[in-house]
Design a protein around this ligand. Structure first.
Ligand SMILES: NC(=O)c1ccc[n+]([C@@H]2O[C@H](COP(=O)([O-])OP(=O)(O)OC[C@H]3O[C@@H](n4cnc5c(N)ncnc54)[C@H](OP(=O)(O)O)[C@@H]3O)[C@@H](O)[C@H]2O)c1
Length: 369
């Protein structure tokens, strides 16, 4: 357990109402003083899960911090739900170290993590015309979701479709967008194709299994024994338990391999792909603390030049049209986020440690109020 200066709310299983007493992350940048539209009763401070230096879970504490003020192109969101991603662990630890070029060389520029956000707009910056106070929104921010209020650019958000809960919307953005862009944009998955998902039990994987099915694919998913039943329930046609089996020598051939782990050689990956198959690298080995998976990805990319199959590596980017696409999948019930548990701010440190283990199951939802 990590030390905490304040305990906050208990985890809630529902978040159907926006935060009533706003609070947000401390402004990562100074407020501009631009006129904003929104309620005047937003509290000047809020509780937040804060990390003022790089480290592991022990550097997180729940503290009162200034409520952010949205800049001209930002909105202030009353956060109903956020969720944890591997991304948050990387920004918490400042690893791989090259990440610190953007996150802050000696100390993190942003002290509240949590890129996923779902909630209600409570104030809008002067230049924002696309959103209004009261809109239900979700999206991927630059961080700050582990607090009751978050200021983020309006174009990082999209409306939550009718009938979709804050819980579902808040657990989706980073992992859902990554799975969608990996499969549809970079993997170009077509109906009837056979997709292999390596690392199916985590955040990206649990969305990928469902999105690949929604795209009409046959899905083979790789996970450990304890997650086999969950992955079957999410719709995988075939499950490979990597603790007892190996997808490489089995003889199956795939049109697309979505690799959330990067633990196999380029030769292994090429051997399971059909001609004109697509290898989509979501991640790679993390042992190199300076560069992370970069070296592995470059070697794999060059190895793929020897084959007809193609190599694709990408960094997921938030965009409103993909958010809307995945919002429709949530609304139609084709994708139902798999949430293992819901926590409050006082549970963020332990949950981040779980992410850091590399074996977290599905999604952990944060209700920060
Ligand atoms: N390119 C991008 O833009 C982008 C975006 C988001 C995430 N990522 C990266 O993609 C990776 C996956 O993200 P995530 O959010 O899904 O991570 P996560 O939620 O932390 O999931 C990790 C999962 O990996 C599984 N796993 C661990 N070792 C495995 C193995 N040898 N074979 C198969 N599965 C294994 C674990 O399941 P078991 O317990 O069953 O082992 C666990 O469920 C992370 O490295 C993340 O940094 C990249």
């Amino acid at each position: 357990m990590s030390p905490r200066s304040t305990t906050t709310t208990t985890a809630s299983t529902t978040a159907s109402e926006p935060a009533s007493e706003p609070a947000s992350e401390p402004a990562s940048e100074p407020a501009t003083g631009e006129p904003i539209t929104g309620p005047s009763a937003i509290a000047p401070t809020m509780p937040a899960a804060v990390a003022r230096r790089y480290g592991t879970a022990e550097v997180i504490s729940v503290e009162n911090v200034p409520t952010p003020t949205p800049r001209k192109n930002e909105v202030l969101v009353g956060v109903a739900a956020s969720s944890l991603n591997a991304l948050d662990w990387h920004f918490l630890t400042g690893t791989p170290y090259f990440l610190r070029l953007i996150a802050g060389l000696r100390r993190p520029k942003r002290i509240i993590h949590g890129a996923d956000v779902a909630g209600t707009v409570v104030a809008v910056g002067a230049d924002v015309t696309s959103l209004r106070v009261g809109d239900r929104v979700f999206g991927e921010s630059a961080g700050g979701g582990f607090a009751p209020y978050l200021a983020t650019k309006a174009d990082t958000l999209s409306g939550i479709p009718t009938g979709v809960s804050f819980e579902a919307a808040g657990s989706t953005p980073v992992a859902g967008l990554t799975a969608l862009q990996g499969l549809r944009t970079h993997g170009a998955v077509r109906p009837g194709e056979h997709v292999l998902i390596n690392g199916a039990a985590g955040g990206v994987g649990t969305f990928a299994v469902q999105i690949a099915k929604a795209l009409g694919a046959e899905v083979t998913a790789v996970c450990s024994t304890r997650n086999v039943d969950m992955i079957r329930r999410l719709g995988a046609d075939h499950v490979v338990d990597y603790t007892t089996d190996d997808f490489v020598p089995g003889g199956a051939r795939f049109d697309v391999m979505l690799d959330n782990i990067g633990n196999r050689s380029a030769a292994d990956c090429m051997s399971v792909l059909r001609p004109a198959g697509r290898y989509v690298a979501v991640s790679g080995p993390k042992e190199n603390r300076l560069l992370g998976p970069v070296g592995h990805l470059i070697r794999t990319k060059f190895a793929f030049r020897r084959t007809d199959a193609t190599f694709h590596q990408f960094t997921a980017a938030t965009n409103q049209s993909d958010l809307a696409f995945i919002g429709n999948l949530l609304a139609s019930g084709q994708v139902v986020p798999e949430v293992q548990r819901t926590i409050g701010l006082d549970g963020v440190a332990d949950a981040l440690a779980e992410i850091g283990s590399g074996h977290v199951r599905s999604k952990i939802l944060v209700v920060p109020t």
